[in-house]
Design a protein around this ligand. Structure first.
Ligand code: T3D
Length: 264
C-alpha cells in the first residue's frame, strides 16, 4: 500500500497536517500540493479546528518542488504555479484560523516559502531555510519575494536569494524568520503546546486580527484605520468580547471555547 502524502491529526482543536514524503525531505509533488491545499481549506471550514499546524515527517520540512516530478510535465511554469503553489499560499494566508509553520528541518525553495507563510513560525534547532531557487536558475516563488523582503529588507533578501545562503535557526531568530526555536527532542510537543495556547484564544478576534494585518501589509495608514474601525465593530458585537470583559470584572480566566455561535 502506498503511503499517504499528507498525514492529518486533530488534537485539542489543533489540526496538524504533516507532509509525508520523508525520503525526499518532503519535496512537493502535485498530489501533495493539491491534497494540502484541500486540507487547509477543509480545516478552515471545520468548527472543531481552531489552529492549523503545517509540518514535515522525518528530518525535512519541505525541500520545495520535487525535481523528479518536473520532466515531461504537461504545463508551463506559470500554469503550474497558478494551479498548485499559489492556491496553497492563498489558502494559508486567507484562512480565518492561525496557521503555524512548524519547521522541523530543512525548508528549501517553495518549502522556504511555506516556512515563511504561516502566521506563526516555530523552528526546531536543526531547522534550516534556503532560498535554493537560484541554484537551479529559477526565481523565488510561492510568495518568497513577498515574505522575505518584508522580514529582512530588500538587500538581505536579495543576498539570501542570489547566493542561496543557508539560514540556520539561531540566525533565523535574529532575522525575524521565526518566533521560537525549540530543541529537536521536544519540538513536536512544544509545537502542540504552543498551538493549544493559541487555540484557547478568542477565535473570532484572531480571525479579524489576521484579516486586518493582511490588509495592512499593502494598505495606507488611512485605509488601515478605516478597516480597524469596521472590524472592531464586528469584534465588539461578538459574544467573545462580552465574555472577555465579564471575565475581567469577575477576576477569572475568560472561556473562549464555548460553542462560538457567531463564528463563521
Ligand atoms: O512550478 C514549478 O515547478 C516551479 C516551482 C518551483 C518551486 C521550487 O521549490 S524550485 C526548488 C526545488 N528544490 C530544490 O532545488 C532543492 C533541492 N534539494 C537540495 O538542494 C538539498 O536536498 C537540500 C538543501 C534541500 C537538503 O540537502 P541535504 O544534504 O540535507 O539532503 P540531500 O541528501 O540532498 O537529500 C536527501 C534526499 O532527498 C535525496 O535523495 P536520495 O539521494 O537519498 O535518494 C535527494 O535527492 C532528495 N531530495 C531533496 N530535495 C529534493 C529531493 N528529491 C526531489 N526533489 C527535491 N527538491
Amino acid at each position: 500500500m502506498t503511503e499517504p502524502v499528507l498525514l492529518t491529526e486533530t488534537r485539542a482543536g489543533v489540526r496538524t497536517l504533516t507532509f509525508n514524503r520523508p525520503d525526499k525531505l518532503n519535496a512537493a509533488n502535485d498530489d501533495l500540493l493539491l491534497t494540502l491545499t484541500r486540507a487547509v481549506t477543509e480545516a478552515d471550514a471545520d468548527a472543531a479546528v481552531r489552529v492549523i499546524v503545517l509540518t514535515g515527517a522525518g528530518r525535512g520540512f519541505c525541500a520545495g518542488q520535487d525535481l523528479g516530478d518536473v520532466s515531461g510535465r504537461d504545463m508551463t511554469f506559470t500554469e503550474h504555479l497558478n494551479a498548485t503553489y499559489n492556491p496553497l499560499i492563498r489558502a494559508i494566508r486567507g484562512s480565518g484560523k492561525p496557521v503555524i509553520s512548524a519547521v522541523n528541518g530543512v525548508a528549501a525553495g517553495a518549502g522556504a516559502s511555506l516556512a515563511l507563510a504561516g502566521d506563526v513560525r516555530l523552528w526546531a534547532e536543526s531547522a534550516m531555510l534556503v532560498e535554493v531557487f537560484s541554484n537551479i536558475a529559477l526565481i523565488p516563488d510561492s510568495g518568497s519575494t513577498w515574505f522575505l523582503p518584508r522580514l529582512v529588507g530588500y538587500h538581505r533578501a536579495f543576498e539570501l536569494m542570489a547566493l542561496a545562503e543557508k539560514v540556520r535557526a539561531a540566525d533565523a531568530l535574529k532575522l525575524g524568520l521565526c518566533e521560537q526555536v525549540y530543541p529537536d527532542e521536544t519540538f513536536r510537543a512544544e509545537v502542540q503546546a504552543y498551538a493549544e495556547r493559541l487555540a484557547a484564544r478568542p477565535a473570532n478576534a484572531l480571525k479579524l486580527t489576521k484579516q486586518a494585518l493582511n490588509a495592512a501589509m499593502t494598505s495606507s495608514l488611512d485605509d488601515a484605520l478605516d478597516l480597524e474601525a469596521r472590524l472592531q465593530q464586528v469584534a465588539g458585537d461578538h459574544w467573545e468580547h462580552e465574555e472577555g470583559v465579564t471575565a475581567f470584572k469577575e477576576k477569572r480566566a475568560a472561556n473562549f471555547q464555548s460553542e462560538a455561535p457567531g463564528l463563521s
